[in-house]
Every structure is written in structure tokens, then in C-alpha cells.
Design a protein around this ligand. Structure first.
Ligand SMILES: *[C@@H]1O[C@H](CO)[C@@H](O)[C@H](O)[C@H]1NC(C)=O
Ligand SMILES: *[C@@H]1O[C@H](CO)[C@@H](O)[C@H](O)[C@H]1NC(C)=O
Ligand SMILES: *[C@@H]1O[C@H](CO)[C@@H](O)[C@H](O)[C@H]1NC(C)=O
Ligand SMILES: *[C@@H]1O[C@H](CO)[C@@H](O)[C@H](O)[C@H]1NC(C)=O
Length: 371
């Protein structure tokens, strides 16, 4: 395993090679020394191609996540080849921004993202479903891109909010999301309690299939957590990685909606009334496809005898069923961003919320209906 410093050196080596190729090489290496140096750099670069590929891929992914989640005017043909020039990420961004400006529109490799109109794919009044034990009452940053450096399939969540009393989209309500990473962990909760490392899932009772919640020990972590106010179409759009699953639970994304909220100087928020607590799901067919893709294949449950993915209808605490109550469809409607799954997905979902309700304090994560 190479250290980071070594990787940087390798990267510099490649940059050097490219610089050589585009400048010195344009005139050709002249002296024997130059030829030797060129060959040496080439050998170094080729030898380390796999590590470089990983590093480059991480940067491309980060870039893709950043532009998808951030400035809507700075991307076009995100997945087309040739965008990530060896001059580095800044050049790529400049290039893309220039293109975007020239074309004078908000850009994306595919259409649906520009359209933040709420989709008519749901029947609306959603029941309130537990927040589970992994919510952080303080510290979720206000941001559209919550991926940070997590690995996984790019996942845009297009979340609509309508008021069940008026059936109108609701703008400027804070949609707060959090979900597990590709291998099933929540930010801040990396390990089980030391005395519960070998705990077996509950065999019966309401918590059948579940383990005790992992305690919060990494207090600074915020990945895959984020909140954003809805726009004037009642939509908040997030960029993340597709969630993984963990023991006893089907793949899901948690959500809360706050109509009264305030941004704090450090980019997090405080909120007043809570009008919705819920969870979004994904069709099992898609989950099974995702399971075959790295790093979802690295979920520790894959290798454990008698464990594995929990399907929607087997979900512990019947949370999926609860979400279905009242005819609400708690699954994302998914579209591929590119030609294949690995290029990313966009999931649309709409919540009906009761804007005059107040569910603060209604859900106690420690009493039964947890996780
Ligand atoms: C949504 O779709 C359903 C079923 O296609 C239809 O009956 C309903 O009128 C639509 N509602 C709106 C607001 O377009
Ligand atoms: C942001 O500020 C609030 C209020 O001072 C504090 O509770 C919270 O922990 C801070 N969050 C981070 C990530 O610094
Ligand atoms: C998910 O988070 C856990 C705990 O922090 C970490 O060990 C794991 O590598 C993460 N998974 C991925 C795919 O990054
Ligand atoms: C919304 O909440 C208010 C206050 O709790 C309640 O009186 C009303 O019946 C609720 N409306 C719906 C449609 O559930």
C-alpha cells in the first residue's frame, strides 16, 4: 500500500510526464539524459497506473458530485470524455464553466434535473415514521451536496414537498436528510458498543432482525447528512452516494421537514416546528443491481452466514409498511443519469406534509421504534 506522500509523488510524476509530453516532447527529448528521464517517468507512471486511476477517479467523482450538488450553471456533458484534462481540476472547472456560459443555460448531461417541478408519482399524506437512533439534533450542514468523500454510485435526490391541506408545493421549508454509506454505516457511528461486538440480531419481538444502535463516537463526521430549503417549486435537490444497507433494515433515506429554521454561522441550523419525519425506500429490483457494484459488494453483511440484505417487505419494525399506510408511496422513482447504473441515478420522491402540525418530541429514538 502506498502512502499518501508516495501517491502525491506519483501524481506529480504523471503530471511531469504529461508536461513533458506536451512541451518538451513537442520538440522531442534531445539529450540522452532527457530520454532517460522521460523513460523513467513513463515507467513510474505506468507502474502506478492502478493507484493513479483510483486517485483520478476520486477527483472526477468529487467534481461530479460538487457540480451536480452545487452550481447548476457549471456543468454540461458531465460524463462525456475529455472533460478532465491533465492540467488539473481547476482547468476542468474553468473549461466546463466557460462552456456553460457560452451555452447560456443551466446544464446537465440529462434533462430531468433542470425541471424541479414536483412529480406526480405519489399519493400524498405520509404517516410519520420513526427518526431512528442515528439522527443528530445539531450539526447537519445546510448544503446540497452531502457526499463529502464517500465512495459509491452518484445519487441525486429530488425531494418535493406539498402541503396536504392546500395540495400546493411548499417553498422554503428545510428538508433534512441522512442515510448510511455504501457499506451500511452512518457518519459518526463507526463501531458497535465494545461489549456488543458479537451481538446477534434480535430473534423475535418488535426489534426482530435488528442490532443495538452503534453509539455516536466520531463527533466531527457529517458525511451523508445535509439539509436544504425547498425552492419556489417546493423542491430540494441533494447530491449524495446511493445508500447501502445494514442489519435488519431495507435500504432507506431518513428525512425530516422543518418549516421554521435558521442558519447558524457555522453552516448548520436550528429549527422549530417539525412537520414531517419519514423514510424513503428504493425498489428491491434496483437494490439487487446495486449490490453487485463496488463498493456495495464490500458490505460486511455479504460475508456473514445467515445475514445479508433485508428486503422492503421484511423490513424490521415494519417501517416500509408503515410508510405505505394511507396510500403513500415511499419509494424513489429512479432514473439513470447516463447509459449505465454506475454513471449515477436520480431519485424523485414527494412528501405530503401537514404544515400546521407539530411533531416535535413525538418520536423517541430509544423506545422501541428505533433505527
Ligand atoms: C396524478 O396522476 C394521477 C394518476 O395518473 C391522476 O389521476 C391525477 O389527476 C394526477 N394529479 C395531478 C395533480 O396531476
Ligand atoms: C455549529 O454551531 C452550533 C451552535 O453553536 C453547535 O451546536 C454545533 O455543534 C456546531 N456544529 C459544527 C459542525 O461545528
Ligand atoms: C462507511 O463508513 C465506515 C465507517 O466509517 C467505513 O469504515 C467504510 O469504509 C465506509 N464505506 C465506504 C464505502 O466508504
Ligand atoms: C394537520 O394538523 C392539525 C394540527 O395538529 C390537525 O388539526 C389537522 O387535522 C391536520 N390535518 C390533516 C390533513 O391531517
Amino acid at each position: 500500500m502506498k502512502t499518501n506522500t508516495q501517491r502525491c509523488a506519483i501524481r506529480a510524476g504523471l503530471a511531469g510526464l504529461i508536461a513533458l509530453a506536451s512541451t518538451t516532447l513537442a520538440h522531442g527529448p534531445k539529450t540522452a539524459g532527457q530520454v532517460a528521464e522521460f523513460l523513467d517517468r513513463q515507467t513510474t507512471a505506468y507502474h502506478c497506473a492502478p493507484q493513479i486511476a483510483v486517485l483520478e477517479a476520486a477527483r472526477k467523482r468529487s467534481f461530479a458530485q460538487r457540480v451536480l450538488g452545487g452550481d447548476p450553471t457549471s456543468h454540461q456533458n458531465l460524463f462525456a470524455s475529455g472533460y478532465f484534462e491533465p492540467e488539473g481540476i481547476e482547468a476542468s472547472i474553468n473549461e466546463v464553466t466557460k462552456l456553460a456560459n457560452e451555452q447560456g443555460k443551466s446544464l446537465m448531461a440529462c434533462e430531468p434535473v433542470q425541471d424541479t417541478k414536483i412529480r406526480n408519482n405519489t399519493c400524498v399524506l405520509a404517516p410519520e415514521v420513526t427518526e431512528g437512533p442515528y439522527y443528530h439534533t445539531a450539526g447537519h450542514p445546510i448544503r446540497g451536496n452531502m457526499a463529502e468523500w464517500q465512495l459509491g454510485i452518484l445519487f441525486m435526490m429530488n425531494v418535493g414537498v406539498i402541503d396536504v391541506n392546500t395540495c400546493e408545493p411548499v417553498s422554503n421549508v428545510l428538508v433534512d436528510l441522512w442515510h448510511a454509506n455504501a457499506t451500511g454505516y452512518y457518519a459518526g457511528h463507526p463501531n458497535p458498543r465494545p461489549d456488543l461486538v458479537n451481538e446477534e440480531p434480535a430473534k423475535e419481538g418488535p426489534r426482530r432482525g435488528l442490532l443495538s444502535a452503534y453509539p455516536r463516537t466520531a463527533h466531527e463526521e457529517t458525511w451523508l447528512r445535509g439539509a436544504l430549503p425547498t425552492d419556489r417549486n417546493g423542491v430540494a435537490e441533494f447530491t449524495s452516494v446511493f445508500p447501502g444497507y445494514y442489519q435488519g433494515r431495507a435500504t432507506h433515506v431518513h428525512v425530516k421537514v422543518f418549516p421554521e429554521w435558521q442558519m447558524l454561522p457555522n453552516g448548520t441550523f436550528t429549527a422549530g416546528r417539525l412537520v414531517h419525519t419519514g423514510q424513503f425506500f428504493v425498489e428491491d429490483d434496483l437494490n439487487e443491481q446495486i449490490d453487485k457494484v463496488y463498493p456495495y459488494t464490500e458490505n460486511p453483511l455479504v460475508k456473514m452466514v445467515g445475514r445479508g440484505r433485508t428486503r422492503n417487505w421484511e423490513d424490521s419494525l415494519q417501517i416500509y409498511q408503515h410508510s405505505h399506510d394511507g396510500g403513500y408511496m415511499p419509494t424513489f422513482e429512479i432514473e439513470k443519469l447516463g447509459g449505465v447504473l454506475q454513471q449515477g441515478l436520480i431519485g424523485y420522491v414527494t412528501m405530503g406534509v401537514n404544515m400546521t402540525a407539530d411533531y416535535r418530541g413525538k418520536w423517541n429514538p430509544t423506545t422501541g421504534r428505533g433505527t
